[in-house]
Design a protein around this ligand. Structure first.
Ligand code: ADP
Length: 249
């Protein structure tokens, strides 16, 4: 069967910091409806690659293409509006608002540009409808009236993902979505990421290799800024170079 279409790609991507090469010659193809993991030891360049893709950093070399458009020179907000959205490691939810209110706030954000429309009652119906759909998609409906502060850590992370989905991204970048979580929360968030990826591409940095094995379709391993290996989890985890890199020898 044919692979789904590539929605985000990088070719020859590189970044130097005052003479130090943090990322070099990185090629990536992120596909629709696939979960793609970016893994590698500390300092491998994973965060820098995320910052380059979202345009928080300007690449020194290479090109980035989002749904056929060259975004190499675009500003981060323009790239986000085009559908490449990053969920930050530090939770961006309002603790005193309920789950539903948080999602509504997030849905209103991109619409602020069209204030007149969103003032109408009809628009409020649309907004409420979309909020319900998002809560349902992410399994948050039972907590719709719970204050974000009272959610479990994992559920808070799911709410944070919900707020990024309000921007209706084609590609969702997740930076260590399981960081600091217990077993049960990891399970909850893994299920949600799988659900989210049915209709979108997901690229995630993740240290928990059993999560990568469970939910990721494709794995790119970075070491010292370069791609060491890539393929499905079984392929990369059996690669002797990857084993060596992870054992630190
Ligand atoms: P990872 O996310 O895989 O741990 P990073 O992308 O954070 O790796 O870092 C890759 C390398 O680039 C590291 O050696 C780091 O010290 C270096 N680096 C990252 N950001 C900067 C910066 N702003 N200035 C100088 N060096 C940096």
């Amino acid at each position: 069967t044919a692979e789904p279409r590539v929605v985000l790609s990088a070719r020859g991507l590189g970044k130097d910091f005052s003479g130090f090469t943090a990322v070099n010659n990185v090629n990536l193809d992120v596909r629709h409806a696939r979960i793609h993991a970016l893994i590698g030891p500390n300092g491998a360049g994973k965060t820098t690659v995320f910052n380059l893709l979202t345009k928080f950093l300007q690449p020194t070399r290479g090109t980035i293409t989002l749904m056929g458009t060259d975004i190499t020179r675009m500003a981060p907000d323009a790239v986000a509006r085009m559908g490449l959205v990053r969920s930050f490691q530090i939770s961006a939810v309002f603790p005193h608002l309920t789950v539903l209110e948080n999602v509504r706030v997030a849905l209103q954000r991109p619409a602020e540009l069209h204030t007149q429309f969103w003032r109408s009652l009809k628009a409020l119906d649309v907004l409420n409808g979309r909020a319900e759909v998002l809560l349902d998609e992410l399994g948050l409906t039972p907590w719709r009236d719970t204050r974000a502060a009272d959610l479990s850590y994992g559920r808070k992370r799911v709410l944070e993902i919900a707020t990024t989905l309000a921007l209706d991204p084609e590609v969702l970048l997740l930076d260590e979505p399981m960081a600091g979580m217990g077993h049960e929360d990891v399970h909850t968030v893994a299920d949600i990421i799988r659900e989210v990826a049915k209709h979108r591409a997901v690229l995630m940095v993740e240290h928990n290799l059993s999560v990568v094995e469970d939910i990721c379709d494709h794995v790119t391993v970075l070491q010292r800024g370069e791609i060491l290996a890539e393929g499905d989890y079984a392929t990369v985890s059996n690669d002797p170079r990857v084993r060596t890199a992870y054992m630190g020898s």
